[in-house]
Design a protein around this ligand. Structure first.
Ligand SMILES: *[C@@H]1O[C@H](CO)[C@@H](O)[C@H](O)[C@H]1NC(C)=O
Ligand SMILES: *[C@@H]1O[C@H](CO)[C@@H](O)[C@H](O)[C@H]1NC(C)=O
Ligand SMILES: *[C@@H]1O[C@H](CO)[C@@H](O)[C@H](O)[C@H]1NC(C)=O
Length: 228
């Protein structure tokens, strides 16, 4: 197997394993409001990495490899979603109702849900044929993912880019009604120009420096753009 195969898959695995949250950054923050703010910032950093990974998969991998990669990623994503869901549900945390959780275990489960929901959402929008096939093969995953999308949407912890991602994913999956102008441009047929999520070095630096919430993505009739 070539370098090209391991490249993007390694990136996905790295993303799945290297949640910034798990670096312990939040361990010492006991103030709930402070912890919530830090959590949101770390989440944005994780999302920037996700978008770079998706871009690499688009540009590096061939179709067969993309298939395998997404199937492999989905295994990990849904395993984590499943266990995190049961932790969160038994914790008493109710998104949008209870305050940011105190317990490290719940916080970690929460970040796992948001990160993995967003990551699969990116895969779903960028590789719709493959990702829909993955969900079609497993009713359990489909139900779990729909739960995750609704849950994430209710947390009020998402930045604007991710909120829009969740909105697009909900429409793509028909969880919510499709708006008249909804179109996912990443389908192979009919052929549409591919517009990558294009974070430049400078933009990424800007996020890291200012930690300000990114704007977009915006859905227009012909493309989806992530810009800061
Ligand atoms: C997400 O939240 C918004 C605003 O509360 C709501 O309009 C939308 O239907 C929700 N989407 C899902 C998938 O629950
Ligand atoms: C969602 O609904 C549209 C329009 O009815 C349909 O073409 C599409 O296949 C549906 N997608 C899914 C994932 O159910
Ligand atoms: C991505 O952005 C860079 C600089 O911002 C630009 O030079 C490049 O053409 C863009 N790539 C694509 C594919 O749009």
């Amino acid at each position: 197997m070539s370098q090209k195969f391991y490249g993007p898959l390694a990136v996905i695995n790295f993303l799945l394993l290297s949640s910034l949250f798990r670096s312990g950054a939040l361990n010492d923050v006991s103030d709930s409001k402070q912890a919530e703010e830090l959590f949101k910032r770390l989440f944005i950093q994780q999302r920037v990495k996700q978008l770079e990974a998706v871009k690499r998969i688009r540009t590096l991998a061939g179709e067969k490899r993309q298939n395998l990669m997404i199937a492999t990623a989905a295994e990990s994503i849904f395993k984590v979603l499943k266990s995190s869901r049961s932790i969160v549900e038994s914790s008493g945390y109710v998104p949008g109702l209870t305050s940011f959780p105190e317990s490290q275990e719940t916080r970690e489960a929460l970040s796992n849900i948001l990160e993995n929901t967003a990551l699969f959402g990116e895969l779903l929008l960028h590789f719709p044929e493959i990702s829909h096939a993955v969900l079609k093969d497993s009713h359990e995953w489909k139900v779990l993912y729909e739960w995750s999308v609704r849950f994430s949407n209710q947390t009020e912890l998402l930045d604007r880019i991710t909120t829009t991602l969740i909105d697009l994913v909900s429409q793509e999956l028909n969880i919510t009604d499709r708006k008249p102008d909804f179109i996912n441009p990443y389908y192979k047929k009919p052929a549409k120009k591919y517009v990558p999520s294009n974070f430049s070095e400078n933009q990424i630096k800007k996020v890291k420096k200012k930690q300000k919430l990114p704007r977009g993505p915006r859905l227009s009739s012909s493309n989806i753009k992530y810009d800061l």
